[in-house]
Design a protein. Structure first.
Length: 171
């Protein structure tokens, strides 16, 4: 990452030092060693602009670890400290400590499947709603980005939960 930048329509974006001449195209997944960072929205020959998952205009198809319950992760600002996860099945169990991974987009663009997104910190009570809402701490520290990678080729098959970090044990 070489700079944080504003972009019309987006609040939380960064510029990276790879672009079209490196094979990067808009709508590619951006990750770091911890998890999902965002997606490429614009490229020049040598740079790319990435909208972070924390941006309020960002949305990512996601699912809970170990299950098939799907939902959508939205950025909520807060400087990348939290993202909102809206689970589409209001009856599905969801609790603090639950882990969220990317579901994958059609043709794996802009998001490839199985990338760790975050850990649920709190679940909101939503009686009578059709969806359930939780707030999660992203695995990737979006406030201190340095080295990121662009996924230029999607996996041959969905890795499901295989790339989630080991669960933390209570001390």
């Amino acid at each position: 990452m070489i700079a944080r930048r504003g972009l019309p329509g987006f609040e939380d974006a960064v510029q990276i030092d790879v672009g079209a001449s490196d094979g990067v195209r808009p709508e590619m997944t951006v990750i770091n060693g911890d998890g999902l960072v965002g997606r490429v929205v614009h490229t020049t020959s040598r740079t790319s602009t990435v909208v972070l998952v924390s941006d309020p205009a960002s949305s990512v198809g996601a699912r809970l670890e170990g299950g098939k319950e799907i939902g959508v992760v939205h950025g909520v600002g807060e400087h990348g400290r939290l993202v909102q996860f809206r689970l589409l099945d209001s009856t599905a169990p969801m609790s603090r400590g639950g882990r969220i991974v990317s579901f994958g987009s059609q043709n794996w663009r802009p998001y490839v499947p199985g990338v760790p997104i975050g850990v649920i910190e709190r679940v909101e009570s939503t009686p009578g709603e059709l969806t359930r809402i939780a707030y999660a701490r992203p695995y990737a520290d979006l406030t201190a980005l340095d080295v990121v990678g662009v996924v230029v080729e999607a996996p041959k098959r969905d890795p499901r939960d295989a790339v989630l970090p080991a669960k933390e044990t209570a001390r």
